[in-house]
Design a protein. Structure first.
Length: 164
């Protein structure tokens, strides 16, 4: 029993080592980066890959959760407003109900750098007909027509209200 537990701990440590190393080395190389692409390469490629579809299994070092994004899928990249992307990058995946595998970059990236990364990530969607999240307004679930007479409902058999 004890050996089995130690084996599982070592397996977990070996699996997470590339992730932690990638994040640590990525964050160390972020200083001085100016474009969204450069910042993405320094901070995000270890998990999300250079093409935005995710790093290859052999180098990623963890099993991607069901919520792991493919940034080339326009449905994943465009529907959320920038403030939601920013919250996830600032506070990590858990802040928005996603996997805890996504770390917080609050200490590593400035707000300006995060905005640049968001712009770069949105660029993975190559279909210009997809509106950005800020333009995806919620549709009303229930609507009513405007009525004459100050919005009061009239009985079907009642005479129409007079205009004054």
């Amino acid at each position: 029993m004890g050996g089995e537990c130690v084996g599982k701990r070592w397996a977990a440590a070996i699996t997470l080592a590339p992730l932690v190393a990638g994040i640590a080395f990525g964050q160390a190389g972020i200083t001085g980066q100016s474009s969204g692409k450069d910042i993405f390469r320094a901070a995000c490629v270890a998990c999300h890959g250079t093409n935005g579809r995710g790093a290859v299994d052999a180098t990623r070092g963890f099993e991607p959760p069901p919520t792991f994004p493919d940034f080339t899928a326009c449905n994943a990249t465009t529907r959320e407003p920038n403030r939601d992307w920013s919250a996830i990058i600032h506070n990590g995946g858990q802040a928005r109900g996603f996997s805890e595998i996504m770390p917080s970059f609050r200490e590593a990236l400035t707000s300006d750098q995060i905005e640049k990364v968001i712009g770069h990530v949105r660029g993975f969607c190559r279909e210009p007909s997809w509106p950005r999240g800020e333009l995806n307004l919620p549709r009303a679930l229930v609507t009513e027509k405007a009525r004459r007479g100050g919005g009061r409902r009239r009985d079907r058999h009642q005479e129409p209200a007079e205009c004054h």
